[in-house]
Design a protein around this ligand. Structure first.
Ligand SMILES: Cc1ncc(COP(=O)(O)O)c(C=O)c1O
Length: 460
């Protein structure tokens, strides 16, 4: 049994053995009771220490994949019934649940950082601080715009992106999704027509559909939306709004080039089109960049931010920046529909922003992402996948296999315990495609490597 352990990888060797053994059991479709080769044999064949192999097997016993038999070594366990909690486990927007979704699968197509990347020390400290010193933070409603101390910190961070606004134009929300929801339900009507990027964020498409808003598609290029096509669409359809995910775009990983930003600002102003700039991945991008909001927040541009991708997806923290009239309309709907955002979360975030802990956290994340992205691009190149632009920041690479069609890619993914994104989720019209959103933080896991290698072997 060859496990293909990579001693240079950042993933610890025992974890790699765990993953490889679990993959081997799944791949060979072993029945409960089937015996594993002895730990001594596995160690000898793979040049590993026997104690590492035994430790990995014991972890798999704890996970319910293996069982141990006195004097008989390890055998494949009888699978436990899947609990509701486990079924929920692999959820991410755009996941290919039709063809995967078992607990323990590698979420290669997922839209966030793995839990192992999240850092708890500063967050736990801020949570304790708020619990000990801020009774209102623990028990009270927040204000309609959100805590002033938090909005002040958000304003300072926006200044670093050259977005100059006063705090009364910042509205806190329960994540970027809440911001988008407030905007769509407050400012758009059923039958309105808007421009969305293709490919783009799947839950935005669902939200617009839910509200009966018509979508027209502008192709996303590695530099941003295709300006020529946009110009034609604005003149032909006179849409109400343009939704754009400017930096570290979901799903392509691309970021808006300064020239394209200026052209879009000009075009949308000329045609009187509202711009909703979704920049929820902003803090994963460190290079210079031109936000549409930096070219002037007035009633023409609305900016959406979030802390889900960096600090915590669970705390549900985000914000919207807009002209004062729009902000008061959004604040009213926010209060009617939710009585405000979580004051506790707002206080915790304000504390992390004020202490500088958040700034250092995102610096570390960006460095780690850069390393993983380079490694992932190499893995894809080795497997001869086609890559859409080469992103220089963020979580995503958009790529497709040159060797295998989508059905073969999916079959290989299942064999290696890899959960892909769905073939149609990122397309506003819902048609299937063969491009995949690859999350760089998962792409070098041994299961992903084995999957990519296998797709390259299907050469016609
Ligand atoms: C482009 C885009 N916008 C908005 C969101 C929603 O962010 P949040 O988790 O803060 O609600 C996401 C989440 O994946 C996203 O990718």
């Amino acid at each position: 049994m060859e496990l293909r352990i990579d001693r240079q990888a950042l993933v610890p060797v025992v974890q790699q053995i765990v993953d490889a053994l679990a993959g081997w059991v799944r791949h060979n479709e072993l029945m409960p009771g089937a015996r594993l080769p002895s730990a001594r044999h596995i160690a000898r064949v793979n040049l590993l220490s026997q104690s590492c192999v035994v430790e990995a097997c014991e972890r798999l016993v704890a996970e319910g994949v293996l069982a141990s038999r006195h004097r008989a070594g390890f055998i494949v366990a009888v699978p436990a019934p899947v609990s509701q909690e486990q079924q929920d486990c692999p959820w991410f927007e755009g996941a290919d649940f039709k063809h995967g979704g078992a607990a323990g699968e590698l979420k290669l197509g997922c839209g966030g950082l793995p839990e192992s990347w999240r850092e708890t020390d500063d967050l736990s400290y801020a949570i304790r601080q708020v619990s000990r010193t801020d009774m209102a933070g623990l028990f009270s409603y927040s204000t309609s715009l959100g805590l002033p101390a938090l909005r002040q910190q958000i304003r300072k961070r926006l200044e670093l992106l050259s977005i100059e606004v006063d705090e009364n134009r910042i509205l806190t929300t329960a994540g970027g999704s809440h911001g988008l929801d407030l905007i769509v339900r407050t400012l758009l009507n059923p039958g309105d027509c808007v421009v969305v990027e293709s490919p783009g964020y799947s839950l935005l498409f669902d939200l617009l559909r839910l509200h009966g808003v018509q979508m027209i598609e502008v192709p996303r290029t590695p530099l941003g939306p295709d300006v020529q096509v946009l110009q034609t669409l604005l003149a032909k359809y006179r849409p109400r709004a343009l939704f754009i995910n400017s930096f570290c775009h979901n799903p392509t990983g691309s970021s808006l080039a300064p020239l394209v930003a200026r052209q879009i600002a000009q075009l949308t102003k000329t045609h009187g089109v509202l711009v909703i700039e979704d920049d929820v991945y902003a803090d994963l991008h460190s290079g210079p960049g031109t936000r549409l909001a930096a070219l002037g927040i007035d009633d023409h541009v609305i900016y959406v931010g979030s802390y889900s991708k960096t600090l915590s997806s669970s705390l549900r923290l985000g914000f919207v920046v807009a002209g004062s009239e729009v902000i008061s309309r959004l604040a009213e709907v926010k209060m009617i529909s939710s009585m405000g955002a979580s004051r506790f979360g707002e206080s915790v975030l304000a504390c992390l922003l004020a202490s500088g802990a958040y700034r250092k956290l995102v610096q570390r994340q960006r460095l780690r992402l850069n390393t993983d992205r380079q490694a992932a691009l190499q893995v894809l190149e080795d497997a001869e996948w086609e890559v859409f632009g080469k992103p220089d920041a963020g979580l995503f690479i958009w790529a497709r296999s040159r060797m295998s069609d989508y059905a073969q890619v999916r079959t290989q993914a299942r064999r290696f315990g890899v959960l892909l994104s769905s073939a149609s989720a990122f397309n506003p019209g819902g048609e299937p495609g063969d491009w995949q959103r690859i999350n760089v933080t998962y792409a070098c896991d041994p299961r992903a490597r084995a999957f990519f290698q296998a797709t390259a072997l299907n050469r016609p």
